[in-house]
Design a protein around this ligand. Structure first.
Ligand SMILES: Cc1cc2nc3c(=O)[nH]c(=O)nc-3n(C[C@H](O)[C@H](O)[C@H](O)COP(=O)(O)O)c2cc1C
Length: 485
């Protein structure tokens, strides 16, 4: 079971020697982000800043997702894939025929009920509430991440809006630029659920939707905010799956449910007609992103926070920073979903320097001619994975986490004219700086699988070298005799 809140998680990090406490006074404007980047590049773990300039009483946590191993341990699973299997395992295998088996399988399906959100009557953040003109965003130690950023940003708030069509909760991590005492511009990108809710609400003639920005919660809930959970699965429900236990939610006066364990809650509404410029912002590609369109504005009505509140923010820049770990988490927990849709997929890896949506390596158990291209085309259309610009497909025996094995497969199996596809005029990640037409560019697929005769001019693929068994055994047994360790 996951830590019960952010402070519990920080204790857990401390017990494992992964938390550095900084007592010197530090500024959330530029200084904390620069410290966090250096700490992450040097793999020094998470940091808790206890003396934050201009924000007495607030502490600031950063780099809390410092490694996948820590995240896995905190969530209490042996493999991160096990989280995804919680949803898909009950659907695998032959359907039960006997009564006993039927009851067991029914139990597994009903067991999913334990992930459902539950209503909490009280929340720690009820301790401090500021309303109307006494609620000001300047109270929050939001970061300025890079010198030329357009302002201070909430970089990891869970933006809550209810879906106008299905009524499920959306909870996405979208950066919010502070644009006034009580206003923030919400940068939900075109392909995300927040933007979809925006369009659906606008089509229904709603111009003002209740919203809440939630800062600091247990690790499972925080991670869920950044997960590409397929619409219309409720994100609070999915947080329960990640946590291994249903999320306790508290109903705000504006009617929205938010995690009861939150450190800070900014309650208000989003005015869909109040579109404003946002940025520039130094993003995870390592460039200043200058959005080509305007985004809606969050209007603050009430600030709630726990006693001794802890603000959590993430910082961006060239990889590998914290978002690489978060991307790695998504890669692992969604593998079971991908394998359920595409059973030929053996493994998948989004290499850290591929910046999430830049590049994916996928290994498959190949069965027929064209199989490699079939898989890459499927992935190019699948959820947020479809934002991946370059997909490389390799055979099952290639370890996709070893970039050199992938390079070997590309170099020795790819005839570019036959195995490379470029899809022009395609959707792409809104932040990708490579095209002059944001959100719109091309995709590259590389089929680096070994080719079957049908793909290889009717010929057999060459035989790969390997030592004969007798020689291999002989060399193993005499290894020390040769003088090697
Ligand atoms: C630190 C961090 C910052 C992010 N900032 C944004 C952002 O500003 N806009 C955006 O659309 N997605 C952003 N993302 C990615 C989304 O959180 C991710 O795509 C998630 O799936 C969105 O939720 P949704 O699928 O429910 O829309 C960010 C992710 C991380 C880890």
């Amino acid at each position: 079971m996951s830590a019960k809140d952010l402070r519990g998680y920080l204790d857990f990090l401390g017990e494992r020697g992964c938390l550095k406490r900084v007592r010197a006074e530090v500024d959330p404007v530029l200084e904390i982000p620069e410290i966090l980047r250096r700490v992450m590049y040097r793999r020094l773990g998470a940091v808790l800043f206890e003396n934050v300039k201009g924000h007495p009483g607030f502490r600031v946590a950063g780099n809390i997702f410092c490694s996948l191993d820590i995240v896995r341990e905190a969530l209490g699973v042996e493999r991160l894939e096990d989280i995804g299997w919680r949803l898909f395992q009950p659907l695998q295998g032959p359907p039960p025929l006997g009564l006993g088996e039927k009851l067991r399988s029914l139990g597994e399906v009903l067991g999913l009920g334990k992930y459902m959100p539950r209503r909490a009557r009280r929340a720690g953040f009820e301790a401090n509430v500021y309303e109307g003109s006494s609620a000001r965003l300047a109270m929050i130690p939001a970061f300025k991440v890079w010198p030329k950023d357009g302002g201070r940003y909430l970089t990891y708030s869970l933006v809550h809006v209810r879906d106008p069509v299905k009524g499920v909760m959306n909870m996405g991590v979208y950066r919010v630029m502070i644009a006034g005492e009580r206003e923030g511009v919400v940068h939900w990108q075109i392909h995300k659920r927040g933007q979809q809710a925006h369009q659906d609400a606008a089509e229904r003639g709603e111009n003002r939707i209740p919203a809440a920005l939630v800062i600091g919660a247990d690790p499972g809930t925080l991670l869920t905010g950044a997960m590409p959970v397929p619409y219309p699965i409720d994100k609070h429900l999915f947080a329960g799956v990640v946590r291994g236990e249903g999320l306790q939610v508290y109903r705000l006066p504006n009617g929205l449910d938010v995690p009861a364990n939150a450190e800070i809650v900014l309650e208000g509404h989003i005015d869909l007609g109040d579109l404003r410029e946002e940025g520039p912002y130094g993003d995870h590609f390592g460039y200043y992103d200058r959005p080509s369109r305007r985004f809606p504005t969050f209007h603050l009505e009430r600030i709630w926070y726990r006693n001794d509140p802890i603000y959590y923010g993430s910082v961006t820049g060239k990889p590998p920073l914290e978002d690489v770990v978060i991307g790695g988490f998504a890669e692992r927990i969604f593998l079971p979903a991908i394998q359920t849709l595409l059973p030929e997929v053996v493994d998948m890896h989004l290499p850290p320097y591929g910046v999430f949506q830049g590049m994916a390596f996928v290994s498959i158990k190949k069965r027929y001619p064209g199989h490699g291209k079939k898989v890459m085309l499927a992935l190019m259309g699948l959820g947020q994975l479809s934002l991946t610009k370059i997909i490389v497909v390799v055979d099952h025996d290639i370890d996709v986490k070893d970039v050199n094995q992938v390079i070997w497969a590309v170099s020795s199996h790819v005839d570019p004219q036959r195995d490379v596809i470029v899809i022009p005029g395609s959707h792409m990640d809104e932040l990708d700086p490579s095209t002059p037409t944001p959100m719109y560019g091309s995709k590259l697929g590389i089929d680096a699988t070994r080719k079957l005769p049908e793909e290889y001019g009717g010929k057999e693929w060459p035989e790969e070298v390997k030592p004969d068994d007798a020689t291999a055994r002989l060399v193993t047994s005499r290894w020390r005799e040769y003088g090697f360790e």
